[in-house]
Ligand binder design. Structure first.
Ligand SMILES: [Zn+2]
Length: 466
């Protein structure tokens, strides 16, 4: 029996030997315009799904099929013959791509893959067909070189990530058994050997639109000012009630489920963020940051929830004065949430808070929407060590482990429904995601596959995935 290291090396050698062959197949995948958001491409998305299913069957995955959803099909395939003592890893990527406009800014057509100076240009080449292809070709090489895989795998390729994943929640809820795994790997991200980063936590989000209504039409302030309550003033009061002087959000229960950072996590994040403070101030165009008593910049920017009013309107905004007492005034706000806040619960708390300002002279309508779950992948422990070691073996560096302040709602939804530990792995070694001239750096892509193969063998070692 070959050792795990020898087996990984054999598989990696195989990917290198097959490089030309593999690239031909990659080009064929990239030629299919699987744009999920535009209904005109529905048949192409389906063609792409079926093309991948054929490829899965060819390389030996079992039960490969394009499973219909209420939107675009999910592509699924599995190989569960590594043994009951080996963990089952669910590998997620998406095969749909962003639209291509503005087309005029592409140097070569987006669905005619083109190699120039070691870069492969095509729509979706990084985001996220690099992961689709990287996974399939790594699996093919591991099988070809060693006749088996080190772990059991379930491969799950989504077809509507770029259009907001409208069918994913019902699909996952209906297919929990099929998707059950010991570790869930989200393969939708970058691989930059110059500055490797591993994003392991994103915030959730929820939005609210509030309309405050007083009189049933605009009134003359000379006649009714001081007599009829002014909705704009109420909007001001509501917004003013959101934070205390320190910047802490004042909605009852808001922080109840907020998980504090562990000491090691906080130290890691502070070390990443502190050196950037001056740069970030410049980027923001401010001389001072706010709410500093609540936590460090890293904590406030990634690990604490926020509430920001994004717009407010009502009354007269033209030239000169107009003595109007407006009938209505409104605002919109979004809240960035952190583990373990529940966007639906926070939406209810927010609504309750706002409704306190209703009275017999004022009515308040709210619309809560855009709920997205926060998510935190593994940050420490044997899986993280395995990933660090795999990076180090391939590129001589380990990634920076980052939380980000933004949101990727689908990962939180997966986490909540599938209840498996999660981590991420990026194959997208390039740039211009979602933009013209999206490209993949081919050398780096090869490095990402090497790293991935090392990682798969490390995950098979006893005790790494429990
Ligand atoms: Zn993506």
């Amino acid at each position: 029996m070959t050792s795990a290291t020898a087996a990984a090396t054999n598989a990696i050698q195989h990917t290198h030997q097959q490089q030309n062959e593999y690239m031909k197949g990659f080009h064929d995948l990239l030629k299919i315009p699987s744009i999920s958001t535009d209904p005109a491409y529905k048949a192409e998305v389906e063609r792409c799904a079926n093309w991948i299913v054929d490829e899965m069957k060819r390389i030996g995955l079992r039960n490969a099929s394009a499973i219909p959803t209420s939107g675009h099909p999910v592509v699924y395939g599995e190989w569960l013959e590594a043994g009951a003592d080996k963990p089952t890893i669910l590998l997620y990527a998406h095969y749909d791509v962003q639209p291509v406009d503005p087309l005029a800014l592409w140097d070569t057509p987006p669905f005619e893959p083109s190699v120039r100076e070691g870069r492969l240009y095509a729509r979706g080449v990084c985001d996220d067909k690099a992961a689709v292809w990287g996974i399939l070709k790594s699996v093919e090489s591991m099988m070809a070189a060693n006749g088996t895989l080190p772990v059991n795998i379930k491969v799950f390729f989504e077809g509507e990530e770029e259009s907001g994943s409208p069918s994913m929640e019902p699909f996952i809820v209906a297919n929990k058994d099929m998707l059950k795994a010991d570790l869930f790997l989200i393969c939708d991200g970058g691989f930059d050997p110059g500055n490797p980063e591993q994003i392991y936590a994103v915030r959730g989000i929820v939005g609210i639109e509030v309309t405050v209504t007083g009189p049933d039409h605009d009134l003359h302030s000379g006649m009714f000012g001081g007599v009829v309550q002014n909705p704009l003033h109420v909007v001001g009061k509501i917004i003013g009630s959101f934070h205390d002087e320190a910047g802490r959000v004042q909605i009852a229960g808001y922080y109840d489920r907020v998980k504090a950072l562990s000491a090691s996590e906080k130290a890691n994040l502070d070390a990443l963020f502190d050196p950037q403070i001056e740069d970030l101030k410049k980027k923001a165009g401010v001389s001072h940051f706010w709410a500093e008593s609540l936590g460090t910049l890293a904590e406030r920017g990634t690990a604490l929830p926020t509430l920001d009013v994004n717009g407010m309107w009502g009354g007269y905004q033209g030239e000169g004065t107009k003595t109007v007492l407006p009938a209505q005034a409104s605002f919109k706000a979004t809240l960035r949430l952190v583990p373990d806040q529940d966007p639906y619960e926070i939406g209810r708390l927010l609504n309750q808070h706002v409704q306190q300002f209703a009275s017999d002279t004022i009515s308040i309508q709210t619309r809560v929407s855009g709920e997205g779950w926060p998510c935190a992948f593994l940050f420490e422990g044997p899986v993280v060590d395995a990933l660090n070691q795999s990076y180090f073996t391939t590129i001589g560096k380990t990634p920076k482990w980052m939380r980000i302040g933004g949101s990727i709602p689908i990962s939180g939804m997966f986490q909540r429904e599938l209840d498996a530990p999660m981590s991420g792995f990026g194959f997208g070694a390039g740039d211009n995601y979602h933009s013209p001239n999206e490209y993949l750096i081919l050398d780096h892509f090869r490095d990402s596959m090497d790293t991935f193969i090392h990682f798969m063998y490390k995950l098979a070692e006893p005790g790494v995935v429990s």
